[in-house]
Design a binder for this molecule. Sequence first.
Ligand SMILES: [Zn+2]
Length: 331
Amino acid sequence: MQNENTVQEGEAIRIRNTSIYPGEHVQISLEIAKLPSRTPIEIPIYIYRAKEPGPALLLTAGMHGDEINGVEIVRQMIANKLTIPKRGSVIAIPLLNVYGFLNFSREVPDGKDINRSFPGSPTGSLASRVAHAFSEEVLPIIDLGIDFHTGGGSINNYSQIRCVFGEGNNDELARVFAPSFIINAKLRERSLRHTATKMGKSILVYEGGEALRLSRSPVRDAIRGTLRLMHHLDMIDREDLREMPDTFNQIEPIYIQRSRWIRAKAAGIFRTYARNGSFIEKGQILATITDPFGEFKVNVKATEDAYIVAVNHHPVVNQGDALFHIGFTHE
Ligand SMILES: [Zn+2]
């Protein structure tokens, strides 16, 4: 198994002009561009190499700068020394989109989404440059990775892994990670997952919580899942987690074969009754939409049995807005 790893035993990992050898823990800054104020924008990368060989696992977050749960997942892992493996390497990028983080926005200042800009270009606009640096410097040195996200806008995602079922070792990695839901999700053109898959690297996308909110359970679920994966990859031993015994509690993820959105038929104030993550039955009232004046009220009903995998937390909706993301365990 070991010689299948990207980085061979004793070999250096190289990022830009830095070589990182077994046993070294190094922080480097990948310079991307300069702000109009001439302030350089750099992506901090933390590399933890064990003396013993093993896989190189990427943990990356903050591609969408307003998705703070992901940043917190990687931050807590670094702060609690959970990114230090016994075998192999962890490459941790807590905050990829520094621009978006500063501006509380998903995108970079050119208005583009980094996750639609892969593999990127060294002469492109900002999103494209970030994607290019990532594709050139980070992806070649890893074996696999987890990309941490939340719902976009006011969408709150229940803890979930998104991957293509039946492709490579996705199924096995997702099962070991064991989030509440594992969702079959096609690759999107120009996404990190798309570029990584072409290079033969598995990237699991974790989604938990919503943008600009810090929520405890999606962060905890993701850290536990990452540790289970590291244990499965033989990067850490069970006794390394003796202070977190609940990490190995049996969790049975629910497999979602396909999903769709329930959308608003009317505009108004949106009040939800159904709990995120729960199973809903056909005919069940999930929410109401009312006008602000007490004159009308419409019920939002489940039209099929399904699981709720995401809920819109915005209190005011327009016609056609996404309300509930519902998932089915059958085709
Ligand atoms: Zn995201």
